[in-house]
Ligand binder design. Sequence first.
Ligand SMILES: Nc1ncnc2c1ncn2[C@@H]1O[C@H](COP(=O)(O)OP(=O)(O)OP(=O)(O)O)[C@@H](O)[C@H]1O
Ligand SMILES: [Mg+2]
Length: 181
Amino acid sequence: MREISLHILDIAANSISAGATTIKIEIEEDKESDTLLVRITDNGKGMSPEMITMVTDPFVTSRTERKVGLGIPLLKAAAEACNGCLSINSEAGNGTTVEVRFQLNHIDRMPLGDLVDTFLSLEVGTPEVHWIFRVRKDSNEFYFDDQGLKKELGDLPLSNPEVIRYLRSIFSSGINALELN
Ligand SMILES: Nc1ncnc2c1ncn2[C@@H]1O[C@H](COP(=O)(O)OP(=O)(O)OP(=O)(O)O)[C@@H](O)[C@H]1O
Ligand SMILES: [Mg+2]
């Protein structure tokens, strides 16, 4: 994968598969520390410590009876190639936080990609999830929690074209104003 947004879609898909009803996606660009941080927090079924080891290092584990994918290991490798790291905090029954750091100005750091489309497709594609998106660059921030909007909409579905247009406009004005790298 060549864009961080695509990895975000993949990690969020894991949260959805884990039965999460609330998923928070945070992105922080910090010039001072030269860091780009992506954090995805869910309230899904969580993972045991053994599971965390197995999903982050699928090649060093001796257990082979269970198929695990490569979504997390690929993201971890991409982060480590940019002086970064990936960490998972999770507890069975209590949700999961996946945190990835990259050196912001590392020559091999993937571009963020299209965050507006990414957030829009998650929001509209999985309306049953309570989504929270937070994007910060230095001291400026875009924050969106879909609960207020969902309440306003009542029976009107998120897939309504007017609603999609509205969401796109608030996502793009909020995120473009940050002028992310
Ligand atoms: N947020 C999460 N909550 C609970 N379990 C998770 C979570 N994220 C990952 N897992 C577990 O870790 C496994 C590995 O995830 P990973 O994204 O690396 O691969 P995958 O989703 O199985 O396959 P793919 O390569 O299609 O992404 C998942 O199959 C799931 O069992
Ligand atoms: Mg996956």
